[in-house]
Design a protein. Structure first.
Length: 120
């Protein structure tokens, strides 16, 4: 399974970035081997969530782990068949461990408004 985690850096020890569409990097991790591929996120002024969802889908992710996900990104990821888990904190490696242990929340709906605004 290929897992994607929003990240501030290119390594498993990098901090998780809480924003899906505006994260500096997407770190793709092979869950079995822990082999990684870092992809720089290049969000535009508008449509960052949609562009990010297209990037994640094009790289073959099955699962997306992040802090929060907005409505357009949520729609794009779920349309691509990607499961979304939110509430990730700490390092990328810790977020992967939390996912494996069932400590992250599956996002069946957006958890942030557009432009990174948290939903209440």
């Amino acid at each position: 399974m290929r897992v994607c985690i929003t990240s501030d850096g290119q390594e498993l020890d990098a901090p998780v970035n809480p924003s899906f569409g505006r994260a500096p990097y997407f770190l793709f991790v092979d869950e079995e081997t822990l082999a990684t591929e870092a992809v720089k996120n290049a969000p535009g002024a508008h449509g960052a969530g949609v562009q990010a969802a297209q990037t994640v889908a094009s790289k073959g992710a099955n699962v997306m782990i992040t802090g929060n996900v907005g409505p357009n990104a949520h729609q794009g990821l779920t349309t691509a068949g990607i499961e979304i888990y939110v509430g990730a904190k700490g390092t990328v490696k810790e977020a992967l461990q939390d996912y494996r242990a069932g400590r992250l929340t599956r996002a069946d709906a957006p958890t942030a408004g557009g432009h990174g605004r948290r939903m209440i």
